[in-house]
Design a protein around this ligand. Structure first.
Ligand code: SAM
Length: 255
């Protein structure tokens, strides 16, 4: 497959894979192709590993962070449960948004909370809005503990960012989807694995062993959920394609 960006002719040309096409350089379609390539090359270059939030490293594309912020602002959850803490930047991100919104608490789970990360997160001013639990996100005792921390009246959002194998994501979806309240979302992250399969910094089975397959099968089993990206509250771009690591990742519990 070739992608040719011809600045003289003002065209983006795709050749190969039965997909010979030419787009005007300034068209939405050309932008989508170039953005897709940018996301995939950025994966290889670890572009999403270059950011922090309020002093903690966060492993996200900034575009995805803004979209998550929009979803939080729309839903105003009382609780976000996130699997996968790493350095804690995403926990601090949600907690700081909750601080500005005047309510909300984050429950973060990780199979291995490194002591230096734990210490830094516990010292952070936003820790007052964070609870961390250590263990596998699908261990029955962890699932039970998370559920014990949620009140029946709480609005809950779920973000999956731990082990992204199809099997693990499926198990997480089945373990936690019932806590997600109507009108709120699950964000099952890193569907980008499917898009980057075969490139450096990937594993050979990523073409099928990724969150997208888990999400699609979950949706087929759970008609109470629908594939639905949070609406853009502001968009003068005629729905410019997303630059995201989370394609096919937003699932809304139908209101
Ligand atoms: C991509 S990092 C999380 C990044 C973080 N959410 C952020 O945005 O900055 C993935 C984390 O998932 C954790 N993890 C892997 N398998 C897990 C499991 N079975 N249960 C819980 N956490 C797991 C890893 O230890 C790692 O810290």
């Amino acid at each position: 497959m070739k992608v040719i960006i011809d600045l003289d002719e003002k065209k983006v040309l795709l050749a190969g894979d039965g997909k010979d096409q030419a787009f005007d350089l300034y068209s939405k379609e050309a932008f989508a192709e170039v953005a897709d390539l940018w996301v995939r090359l950025g994966w290889v270059r670890k572009y999403s590993y270059g950011f922090s939030w309020l002093g903690r490293p966060i492993i996200q594309l900034p575009d995805d962070m803004i979209r998550i912020q929009e979803a939080i602002c729309e839903v105003r959850p009382d609780i976000i449960v996130e699997t996968g803490i790493a350095h804690g930047g995403s926990l601090v991100f949600y907690a700081s948004l909750f601080e500005m919104l005047g309510k909300g608490h984050v429950i973060g789970l990780d199979i291995d909370i490194r002591p230096h990360n734990r210490e830094a997160i516990e010292k952070h001013p936003m820790f007052k809005r964070i609870t961390m639990l250590e263990g596998s996100s699908i261990a029955p005792e962890i699932v039970a503990k998370v559920k014990s921390l949620i009140k029946p009246t709480d609005k809950v959002m779920l973000i999956l960012d731990s082990n992204h194998s199809k099997e693990h994501v499926t198990a997480e979806l089945e373990a936690y989807s019932d806590i997600v309240t109507p009108g709120s979302y699950i964000l099952s992250q890193d569907g980008v694995m499917k898009l980057v399969a075969g490139m450096p910094r990937t594993k050979p089975d990523w073409d099928w062993n990724n969150p997208i397959g888990a999400n699609e099968e979950f949706l087929a089993r759970h008609p109470e959920f629908e594939l639905k990206h949070p609406p853009r509250p502001f968009d003068e771009t005629s729905q410019t394609p997303e630059c995201s690591h989370h394609p096919v990742g937003w699932m809304r519990r139908k209101p």
